[in-house]
Design a protein around this ligand. Sequence first.
Ligand code: GAR
Length: 201
Amino acid sequence: MKKAKIGVLVSGGGTNLQALIDAQNSGIITDGEIKVVISNKADAYALERAKKAGIDTEVVLKKDCVDFSEFEQKIIDTLTKYEIDIIVLAGFMSILSESFTSRYPERIINVHPSLIPSFCGKGFYGLTVHEKALEYGVKVTGATVHFVNEIPDGGKIIMQKAVEIKEGDTPEVLQKRVMEQAEWIILPQSVQKVAKDIISK
Ligand code: GAR
């Protein structure tokens, strides 16, 4: 059976990558297969998770490139080498330029730890998103999976899931709840949905 080839871009712990690997093993993702994991950090734990699962890994560092466009070109070259159909940003902490995103319309998927359009855009990433949600005092937050375009966190929404904020939450506690109750569920589901759409075209 034909499967969409998936490339995952990471920078950190890679729990969302792990959710994708687990979803592939448990049959939640059936129409796609992770072919390569690309990190912009040499020590990202996500790389260990990929290796354990027998997935190829590549590291592309900004400091080894003359400018941002060379950095992006190296990522594009790797994606091309693996004939990638779907690019998943799973905790990838670098904003991609329009020249990158416009190459892959509705083929780049990002997971963001809030209900877009709240607490998103430039400067909102990782734990900061939860700090800002708690600072504001919202009672409900969540996660969003969306296509990536030239506007940071501005592409078409694929799935969202709400998560309750509880009295006394710290950013760390909230981050964990949003991951467990939302991100790790809707990211694999969204990837399967997009993979299915692509292979049935
Ligand atoms: C996740 O919470 C993800 O939603 C967030 O970073 C974390 C990465 O964790 N991404 C963003 O904030 C992107 N704007 P992980 O490496 O364990 O998957």
